[in-house]
Design a protein around this ligand. Sequence first.
Ligand code: ADP
Ligand code: MG
Length: 259
Amino acid sequence: MTKIEIKDLHVNIGEKEILKGFNLTVNGGEVHALMGPNGTGKSTLAYALMGHPRYEVIKGDVLLDGESIMEMSVDERARRGLFLAFQYPVAIPGVTLANFLRSALNAKAKALNPEDKGISLVNFRRLLRSKMDLLKMDYAFGARYLNDGFSGGEKKRAEVLQMAMLEPRIAILDETDSGLDIDALRIVADGVHQLQSDTLGVILITHYQRMLEYMQPQFVHIMYGGAIVESGGAELALKLEEQGYDWIRDKYPDTRKTG
Ligand code: ADP
Ligand code: MG
C-alpha cells in the first residue's frame, strides 16, 4: 500500500517562507484535490516534494511508505515513485517524446536493477501504443520533439502519457487541466482515472469544477497562506465554485497571504 505523509512542512524560497506548516496524508487509491487562491503555495508544495533545489525545507518531514525522502535527490524520489506533472512543461527540441519515455523507463529499471538491459524496442513500442490508446493519442505523436510546438492540450496529454508509462505511486498534477478545452480535459481526466489503482495516490491541484467532476476526488482541501485551512469532500469544491475565496479570507483574517 502506498502512503505519503507530509508533516508540518515549512518551505522557503530565498528569505520568504511560503509553506507554513503544511500537513497532508495521501494513501494509494485516493485522489486529493488541492485548491486555493493564486500565490498560496500550491506549486511550491509540488516542487518541494520533488526536491527542487530552489525550495528550501526549513522544517518538517515527508515520509513515503514510512521512509523520509527529505535527503533524497530528485532522481531518487522519482525512482521511488513520486511523479510531478508540471504546470508549465518545458520543451526539449531534438528529443522525441518516444525516446524521452524510453530513456526514462530504462533509467528507472536500471536504478532498480543495475543488471537491467533496458526494454527492447519492440516491447517498448507495444507498451507505448497501449498507453497511447488509453489516452486516445495519435501514434505519430511519439515521433515529435518533446513539448516543442505542442499545444496546451498536447503538452498535458504528454504529461499524462509519461505518468502512464512510469506508473508512479504518488502523482502530483499541478493544474494539468489549465488551458485544456472540454474534450482534452475529459481525455486527461479519463486517462488519470484509468491509471488509478490501490498503489497510486493522486494530489490534484486544480481550479476547475469540471476537472473535479471528472476526477471525483474523495478529499478536497483548501490551501491558504501556505497551509491547508479547510478539508472536506466534494461539497467544499462546490462552495468555492459558488462563493469564491472571500469566505476563506474572512474566516482566516490572521493568515497573511503569502507575498
Ligand atoms: P500557487 O501555485 O498556489 O499559485 P506558488 O507556489 O507558485 O503559488 O507561489 C507561492 C508564492 O511564492 C508566491 O508569493 C510567489 O510569488 C512566490 N514564488 C514562487 N516562485 C518564486 C520564485 N522562483 N522566486 C520567488 N518567489 C517565488
Ligand atoms: Mg501554481
